[in-house]
Design a protein around this ligand. Structure first.
Ligand code: GLA
Length: 409
């Protein structure tokens, strides 16, 4: 009897921990998709802005396309109250975060918030250091669904300890909150954070620049410099734990070719797709890029494998990403500024992904149908099969991107 009581007691103690872990699972089986205020609006955010972006997200069909998280970045914060609970800035968020969360939820979206493991955020607002459990509880009470957790003023803080502490605080608060680690790759989170965060930043901050030298070490990254840092980390990514090469700059000033290449490559790398432009003022070109469902499907593929750079020939990189059901995504990235004519002989591209999926393209044994993912005319998008070589000219700072599907006939 005593043994039985002991066993029951143990089972009862295990239940809360188990159900909290269950809530945690499944939040990022595919990379998260949404919008974040930082890249376009920086420190100038308000509840009015967030509501406007929420309205635009619905009106533009972005929510239907899968962009469900609407994330406030730095500078929503006011002071802590007498009990230490963090409050929003009363001037810019006068109705409070709970009202904002209700609004965002009523539109079919989820609300994200931002904090920092140190005493101060990167813009000098209050950080979570010493208040981790209290902050997690506050977010849960407000109805928050996503936390981006930054790494400024973190001197003398152990990174693994700090991020695990916040993970545990979020779990204890009891609400499923996606945990997006923003530690910039400084302490190699890919080596230790598989069970800590749903994603981790792999680099310093992105800017709306495609190429050229990063402005400073770590900061002012370009699309190409980020690709080069993120590419070797593919073996660490998978469902529930993604490499995060930072938020998108599509629509923030690069050329249409560069925006298309940036978006395509983030999808090839199974990156979180967090838009960073003003959704209330978009050009048709920006719309066509971020709403390309066939390209989004490459990112969101259930297999959850980050793509691989198979080879580089002068300015052209050959990328492959294995997909569910034997399909492959294939992308030619032109790093240079001049157009390059490519003659794709499929037999030269036989490869096995030894590192992650162990799948092979087997072009000698399998014939694939080829679909051009950036051709919007359905008929023209079908560009034959891998029985014949493919000729394509890739413009400077652009891509050609295809889905290969085994021909079952
Ligand atoms: C850091 C992060 C950015 C952004 C800013 C906010 O630089 O890496 O993504 O959140 O802080 O201050």
């Amino acid at each position: 009897m005593r043994k039985l009581t002991g066993a029951l007691l143990m089972a009862a103690m295990l239940v809360p921990a188990w159900s909290a872990a269950q809530k945690w699972e499944g939040l990022a089986d595919t990379p998260q998709m949404g919008w974040n205020s930082w890249n376009k609006f920086g420190q100038n955010i308000s509840e009015k802005l967030i509501r406007e972006q929420a309205d635009a997200m619905v009106a533009e069909g972005l929510v239907d396309a899968g962009y469900i998280y609407l994330n406030m970045d730095d500078c929503w914060h006011g002071e802590r109250d007498a009990d230490g609970f963090v409050q929003p800035d009363p001037k810019t968020f006068p109705s409070g975060i709970e009202a904002l969360a209700d609004y965002v939820h009523s539109k079919g979206m989820k609300l994200g918030i931002y904090s920092d493991a140190g005493r101060k955020t990167c813009a000098g607002r209050t950080g979570s250091f010493g208040h981790e459990y209290q902050d997690a509880l506050q977010y849960a009470r407000w109805g928050i669904d996503y936390l981006k957790y930054d790494w400024c003023s973190s001197e003398n803080i152990n990174p693994r300890g700090a991020y695990t502490l916040m993970r545990d605080a979020l779990r204890a608060a009891g609400r499923p909150i996606l945990f997006s680690m923003c530690e910039w790759g400084t302490n190699k989170p890919w080596e230790w954070a598989e069970n800590v965060g749903h994603s981790w930043r792999t680099t310093g901050d992105i800017t709306a620049r495609f190429a050229g030298n990063p402005r400073q070490r770590g900061w002012g990254q370009t699309v190409l410099s980020i690709i080069d840092q993120n590419a070797p980390l593919r073996k660490y990514a998978g469902p529930g734990h993604w490499n995060d090469p930072d938020m998108l700059e599509v629509g923030n000033g690069m050329s249409v070719n560069e925006d298309r290449a940036h978006f395509s490559m983030w999808c090839m790398m199974a990156a979180p797709l967090i838009l960073g432009n003003d959704l209330s003022k978009m050009t048709d070109e920006t719309r066509a890029i971020i709403l390309n469902k066939k390209v989004i499907a490459i990112d969101q593929d259930k297999l959850g494998v980050q793509g691989l750079r198979f080879k580089t020939e002068n300015e052209i990189e050959y990328w492959f990403k294995p997909l569910e059901g034997g399909d492959w995504a294939f992308c030619l990235l032109n790093r240079g500024t001049e157009p390059v004519e490519c003659n794709i002989n499929w037999q030269d591209l036989n490869l096995t992904d030894d590192e992650v999926s162990h799948l092979s393209t087997s072009f000698d044994a399998i014939t694939y149908n080829i679909e051009n993912l950036w051709e919007f005319n359905a008929k023209k998008a079908k560009v034959g099969t891998t029985k014949k070589a493919l000729k394509v000219t890739v413009p400077g700072h652009d891509v050609a991107m295809y889905r290969l599907t085994p021909n079952k006939k």
